[in-house]
Write a protein that binds this ligand. Structure first.
Ligand SMILES: CC(=O)N[C@H]1[C@@H](OP(=O)(O)OP(=O)(O)OC[C@H]2O[C@@H](n3ccc(=O)[nH]c3=O)[C@H](O)[C@@H]2O)O[C@H](CO)[C@@H](O)[C@@H]1O
Ligand SMILES: C=C(OP(=O)(O)O)C(=O)O
Length: 420
């Protein structure tokens, strides 16, 4: 299996341009199932997860042209849309389950494999299913598959989410686009990717209002057409590179970022003594002083993102003092602790919190990426650790970072990929 070898590097300097957001583009791809004609999506990063979604759309009968160089994806409607999404594809990636809402809206029946748990938690789908049921679908579970049926079409309704789940909000929003009448999604997730999806759906002719607030109103329409859309920049990659600047005591300018999407990151870094200068679409992060210990808690947007928790742990591991990170979104998202401790960090898990006693230096070691962001955190730690850090199982990183080593090397990092 491929590995990354990360050497202790000089402070990172220079500028880096952020590509389209994985967590947006995968949903835009799923939403394309709804269109009567071609959808063109721009700024589609070259990621493993994008390849999995292409395979899934093709398995459903759509045809897809992906110009990897230009980062443009054209998704053409199926001659005959299939309504079954198989286990082999759904188990590869959680976001595959997002085809259920569009299939149910368009075919009035969908049979999708249950996604199962993953490295960061059990990740149930009860809220997605409650939403489909509220819209009148009959949902049955059997042999590892979920079947949802609404023979006479879905009917708009009120859906209250117990937790503002990103995926449930998106799946229900897509299902509701062609339901009869109005759907209200209350306690909806407010992530920027939800707004991007709503904009995409509206460009296709849907009637979605309130995305980005906790109440989304969808008025069903008869059909949806194709459109051309530019994916929003990846705020999690931007945040990862912001941490890289602070950790290496460097000076990085991040281009093509929506500053308001990374406010919780900016605020936390400033609290740690790091300088962050932000314009609308560009952020400069630099520091020369020590990093102050801080406490943080992950929360749904606009709270501190769980997808940046591991990267902040890498930074707090070498801060001055004791910090506490509390993870409230996923119940098992501390698997990176064992790995970062192998590099000399002093982190203890206490229930849903990690107590981090800052140390002066980290040491290069053999470690493995236990999930996508955990892997990114290890790459960052490797940049300041003495010697070489050898990171295994980097396919996790490739799910969500189109070119982590290329970007970081362009900023002065010493990273090599060893292909098997
Ligand atoms: C592809 C994608 O966009 N992934 C993101 C998405 O994942 P995802 O959409 O899976 O995350 P959710 O917001 O749904 O999950 C948040 C919490 O709600 C729970 N839950 C969710 C649905 C449900 O039906 N029942 C339930 O209990 C989950 O187990 C988890 O504990 O949002 C997460 C939270 O910001 C991010 O970390 C992921 O990177
Ligand atoms: C958890 C993540 O992704 P996914 O929901 O696809 O597993 C992530 O992007 O950090």
């Amino acid at each position: 299996m491929a590995k990354l070898l990360v050497e202790k590097s000089e402070p990172l300097r220079g500028s880096v341009k952020i590509k389209g957001a994985k967590n947006s583009v995968l949903k835009l791809m799923a939403a394309s199932i709804l269109a009567e004609d071609t959808c063109t999506i721009e700024s589609v990063p070259e990621l493993l997860d994008v390849e999995v979604m292409i395979t899934l759309l093709e398995a459903l009968g759509l045809s897809v042209d992906y110009d990897r160089e230009k980062e443009i994806l054209e998704i053409h409607p199926a001659k005959e849309l299939k309504c079954e999404a198989p286990y082999e594809l759904i188990q590869k990636m959680r976001a595959s389950f997002l085809v259920m809402g569009p299939l149910l809206a368009k075919k009035r029946i969908a049979k999708v494999s249950m996604p199962g748990g993953c490295d960061i938690g059990a990740r149930p789908i009860d809220l997605h299913l409650k939403g489909f049921q509220a819209l009148g679908a009959e949902v049955t579970l059997g042999h590892g598959y979920i079947e949802a049926k609404a023979e006479n079409g879905l009917v708009g309704s009120e859906v209250y989410l117990d937790f503002p789940s990103v995926g449930a909000t998106e799946n229900i929003m897509m299902a509701a686009t062609m339901a009869k009448g109005q759907t209200l999604i209350q306690n909806a997730a407010k992530e920027p990717e939800i707004i991007d999806l709503a904009n995409f759906l509206n460009e296709m002719g849907a009637n979605v209002k309130g995305a980005g607030t906790d109440t989304i109103r969808v008025v069903g329409v008869e059909s949806l057409k194709g459109t051309r859309h530019q994916t929003i920049p990846d705020r999690i990659i931007a945040a990862t590179y912001m941490v890289a600047a602070a950790l290496t005591q460097g000076d990085i300018t991040i281009e093509n970022v929506v500053s308001s999407h990374v406010k919780p990151i900016t605020a936390k870094l400033r609290e740690m003594g790091v300088t962050v200068e932000d314009d609308d679409d560009r952020i400069r992060v630099y520091t020369t002083g020590p990093i102050k210990a801080v406490d943080l808690m992950t929360l749904p947007y606009p709270g501190f993102p769980t997808d940046v928790q591991a990267q902040f742990m890498a930074l707090l591991a070498v801060s001055e003092g004791t910090s506490v990170i509390t993870e409230t979104v996923f119940e098992n998202r501390f698997r990176h602790v064992a790995e970062i401790n192998r590099m000399g960090a002093n982190v203890k898990i206490e229930g849903h919190s990690a107590v981090i006693q800052g140390v002066k230096v980290l040491q290069g070691a053999q470690v493995k990426a236990t999930d996508l962001r955990a892997g990114a955190a290890l790459v960052l730690s490797g940049l300041i650790a003495d010697g070489t850090t050898e990171i295994d199982e980097i396919y996790h990183i490739d799910r969500g970072y189109p070119q982590i080593e290329k970007d970081l090397v362009s900023l002065g990092a010493r990273i090599r990929r060893i292909e098997d």
